[in-house]
Structure formats: structure tokens, C-alpha cells
Design a protein around this ligand. Structure first.
Ligand code: 3PY
Ligand code: MG
Length: 250
């Protein structure tokens, strides 16, 4: 809903460690997505991460597991800049996500200025409601063949700010093999529809960020996860030491 450009480069936070947020801010990411869909992160920690992200000048999204009030309201009242809602297969589900995220009359989010989003009670109710409806960003994930075919209708739902293509769930739900042309065709058609309808579009990148941003019209990318960065970095260190020191024990 906000007219500002979407922050461009992000990372998933999947470890329940607020320090991940600080490390990713130092690395220069524009935003983090705290992953409450797949990460073992409790709401207390999510709130701490959001506060820390603010202090570090990092935009913080929370990927919620669902759109029940508890999934959605706690991160929003803790001051998240927006939500990622997974598995949005059609416009009806996108409208449900809007209803959960926005205040009346657009939605049914409950109001309380007593959290960080209400500056701990200092915000006026009017400003708190305006921020929640106009500045909080709602990103819905398209991660099935049906969702990609309906991406224009999903992206047109009032209250949705951006669509994010989730390639892993798309491949799993469609039972596509790696490098399956049918999946590439579905994604390319969805990219064209988003360009035609000026829908803000994101996805994950794996070494192909410039192609996605410069040639395929993506507005924002999630480049990786704290877990994977740690795991890959650790593997590389151990592999490097074993290769450089053939005498090292295997
Ligand atoms: C997916 O690819 O399924 C996602 O949700 C993002 O990694
Ligand atoms: Mg997914």
C-alpha cells in the first residue's frame, strides 16, 4: 500500500538467534524475513528481532505460518514492517490474508496501541490504524501451478502489496523435476503477467540475482537463509582445510 519502493535484497532468518538479524544488517541486506513458517522461532524472539532490526535500520518482515489472529497480530503489533503469507493459491485466499492483516473496513485485524507498532501506547489510535493499513506491506506467496496461473488476480487484490514466487513449494506441489521446462514456462508466464499488470514481484535467488532483477523484472529477492549461510560457510572452511592439508584426518 505504501508508495515507497520495495526493499530489494533480503535474507531469511530461520535461527532463533536475534544476533542473526544484526549480522545480516552488517552484511548490507535491505530486509530480513523472520521465518515463523519453517523456523523454530517463538513470538518473544520474533518481537526482539523486530526491535533489533529497527535499531539496525533493517526492514523486518515476518513469514507467518497461517492467517489466524495469533499468527498475524503478534508480529504486526511487535512492529513488523510487513508479512509474507505462504501458499496463497487464488484471489479468495489473498482476500483472506488481507482481512487478517488490515484494520476495518478492509479487514478485521484487532487494534491495540500498546505494542511497539503503537509506540508502546504513545501513538494516537488514528496514526496506528493509518500505519497498519497504509504502510505495513502484505506479500503473498504464489507457490503452486494454480497460484502462478492466477497471479494477476492475486496481485490485483486490494491490500496486497507484492507477490513472491516460492520455487521450492512450486516444484514440490507440481512434482516438477529439477530444470523441468514446464516449471520454467509457468514461471516465465507469471513474470510476464506481473510485468503487464505492474505487480511488485519477488522470489528467491541462487547466484542469478542480476538476471532476475535486470532481465526478468523482479523487484526484490531473498538471497539466502542464515542457516544455509552458516552451513555452507562451515563446509567450505572444513573442506578448504582438508584440501590444503592432505595430512588432516578425514
Ligand atoms: C519456496 O520456495 O517454497 C519458498 O517458500 C521460499 O523459499
Ligand atoms: Mg514455500
Amino acid at each position: 500500500m505504501t508508495g515507497d519502493a520495495f526493499p530489494q535484497l533480503g535474507a531469511w532468518v530461520k535461527l532463533p538467534a536475534p544476533e542473526s538479524v544484526e549480522l545480516l544488517a552488517l552484511a548490507g541486506f535491505d530486509f530480513v524475513v523472520i521465518d515463523a513458517e519453517h523456523g523454530a522461532i517463538d513470538t518473544r524472539t520474533i518481537s526482539t528481532m523486530i526491535g533489533l532490526a529497527r535499531g539496525c535500520g533493517l526492514v523486518s518482515f515476518v513469514r507467518v505460518a497461517g492467517t489466524a489472529p495469533r499468527d498475524v497480530q503478534v508480529p504486526l503489533d511487535a512492529g513488523a514492517a510487513g508479512l509474507f503469507v505462504p501458499q496463497v493459491d487464488d484471489a479468495a485466499r489473498a482476500r483472506e490474508a488481507v482481512r487478517a492483516t488490515r484494520f476495518p473496513p478492509l479487514g478485521r485485524r484487532g487494534a491495540s496501541t500498546s505494542g511497539r507498532a503503537g509506540r508502546w501506547g504513545l501513538e494516537t489510535l488514528g496514526d496506528y490504524l493509518r500505519t497498519g493499513n497504509d504502510e505495513v506491506r502484505l506479500v503473498v506467496q504464489a507457490e503452486s501451478a494454480g497460484a502462478l496461473s492466477s497471479i494477476a488476480e492475486i496481485g490485483a487484490v486490494s491490500g496486497v502489496d507484492a507477490v513472491f514466487i516460492g520455487p521450492t513449494d512450486l516444484a514440490v506441489s507440481g512434482q516438477f523435476e529439477e530444470n523441468d521446462d514446464r516449471m520454467a514456462d509457468l514461471v516465465a508466464a507469471a513474470e510476464r503477467r506481473c510485468a503487464d499488470h505492474r505487480i511488485t514481484l519477488g522470489t528467491t535467488a541462487s547466484g542469478n540475482a542480476s538476471e532476475l532483477l535486470d532481465r526478468r523484472g523482479y523487484d526484490f529477492l531473498v538471497l539466502g537463509a542464515d542457516t544455509t549461510m552458516l552451513c555452507q560457510g562451515a563446509h567450505a572452511l572444513v573442506r578448504g582445510a582438508r584440501t590444503a592439508a592432505p595430512g588432516a584426518r578425514r
